[in-house]
Design a protein around this ligand. Structure first.
Ligand SMILES: Cc1cc2nc3c(=O)[nH]c(=O)nc-3n(C[C@H](O)[C@H](O)[C@H](O)COP(=O)(O)OP(=O)(O)OC[C@H]3O[C@@H](n4cnc5c(N)ncnc54)[C@H](O)[C@@H]3O)c2cc1C
Length: 383
């Protein structure tokens, strides 16, 4: 087959790739290539699917709260509703109350209904907690669960309706800039030509950059494990909030009649098909049993995924400062689902040279916070 020509070629079929491809396809011809035989096989198929406005850096909080309207009123390509009620209870163990107070001070302006809760209130909100365990709590009543399948599928459907194309089993192996266009080859030997290459390859963004002759940003794929436990007979879990420690040592949330738990670990790995960590599971189970009345002895269906970060915890979105036509859409960390609507709109605006949504600026987002050329990126450190 000859070379296939597009305005924009997006690499990666997780939530990042499909959402930015959908936004760009409004004005340009777009193809998305995914190395696996199915979309969302890696991190996007392994998330906890929560929407937390009290979570992450100020830029992440701005992108999350700026995404809420899009989740509540999704475009008609998405099968709604996308959100269902959850609530989030952050807990401070002995000596950690100051961390909860600091978090409260930081989030108050963006999440006005977040409130500090006493130990007794914390146990009323989540009766699984062992009385006397938390020293202090912070409750975010508006935290929700996201139907991440409907979200991802909706973006894919919308992309196709806008004339975009999706290619599976198409791993980018080489990309060369010639006469103002990218000449791209995938592992099957198929060739593509595009003015713009969007790197949305999750844990592999630096590999894709290297293949295109761009300087890596230094992505850090951090493994996070999760597993299910059954509550003791007769103990209903539906309606309980997501509950976790402010120091990120474990969290628990209802999933149907079971509880989904995580050791919340952040173990640096090479990009890979991540597998759960038994040692972390054992540690988390012990700590969860100490903090709750669950008394869980066994676990089910463990899984793991890689959350991809750069040091400041913000995404990396924008033109590479040196590789012409190379656009970064990386480092969505532990927030790729909850920020997808606002981040993909921002990415499309930056790619098309438009202004960033003033609503996001009013929420405190600085486009410089996302720049691939900002302080701490390998691409800025090199020169
Ligand atoms: C346990 C866990 C819980 C989480 N919970 C939440 C949560 O509650 N809320 C939330 O918002 N976020 C959560 N996250 C984070 C969220 O899942 C991620 O931010 C998001 O899925 C990242 O999406 P992505 O598209 O960037 O990466 P991925 O989904 O990994 O997609 C990247 C894609 O690029 C493809 N690719 C790589 N190299 C190439 C190549 N050379 N050619 C073609 N394709 C290539 C890969 O195959 C992959 O499909 C969680 C993550 C984990 C692991």
């Amino acid at each position: 087959m000859g070379t296939q020509r597009f305005d924009v070629l997006v690499v990666g079929g997780g939530i990042s790739g499909v959402s930015i491809a959908y936004e760009i396809a409004r004005t340009r011809s777009v193809a998305l290539i995914e190395m696996e035989a199915a979309l969302a096989y890696h991190t996007s198929g392994r998330s906890m699917a929560t929407f937390l406005e009290t979570y992450g850096s100020p830029a992440i909080r701005a992108l999350t709260s700026g995404s809420r309207a899009a989740f509540e009123h999704p475009p008609d390509v998405m099968d709604g509703p996308l959100l269902s009620p959850l609530g989030m209870l952050w807990l401070a163990g002995a000596g950690e109350a100051d961390q909860i107070r600091r978090l409260y001070d930081e989030v108050r302006p963006v999440v006005p209904d977040a409130r500090l809760v006493t130990p007794a209130e914390a146990v009323r909100i989540n009766p699984l907690l062992r009385p006397g365990y938390p020293e202090l709590g912070l409750f975010e009543p508006g935290a929700t669960e996201i139907d991440v399948h409907a979200l991802h599928q909706g973006y894919v459907r919308g992309l196709r309706r806008r004339g975009g194309e999706v290619r599976l089993s198409a791993r980018l192996v080489a990309a060369e800039r010639r006469d103002g266009r990218w000449q791209v080859t995938d592992a099957a030997g198929t060739r593509y030509e595009a003015q713009v290459l969007v790197d949305a390859a999750g844990s592999w963004v630096d590999e894709v950059a290297r293949a295109a002759g761009a300087t890596p940003v230094g992505i850090r794929p951090l493994r996070r494990t999760a597993f299910l436990v059954a509550p003791p007979a007769g103990l209903p879990v539906r309606g309980l909030p997501l509950t976790g420690t402010v120091t990120s040592t474990w969290y628990v949330m209802p999933q149907g009649d079971l509880l989904a738990c995580s050791p919340a670990e952040q173990t640096l790995l090479e990009p890979c098909d991540a597998k759960p960590d038994e040692v972390q599971i054992a540690r988390a189970l012990e700590e969860i049993n100490a903090a709750t009345i669950l008394g869980a002895r066994s676990i089910r269906s463990p899984w793991a995924g890689l959350r991809n970060f750069v040091p400041d915890g913000n995404p990396v979105v924008g033109w590479d400062p040196r590789a012409e036509g190379f656009f970064w859409y990386a480092a969505q960390g532990g927030y790729g689902m909850q920020i997808a609507p606002a981040l993909s709109r921002t990415g499309a605006a930056l790619l098309e040279g438009r202004d960033v949504d003033p609503d996001l600026l009013a929420r405190g987002l600085e486009p410089a916070d996302l720049s691939p050329a900002r302080e701490g990126m390998s691409v800025s450190a090199e020169h």
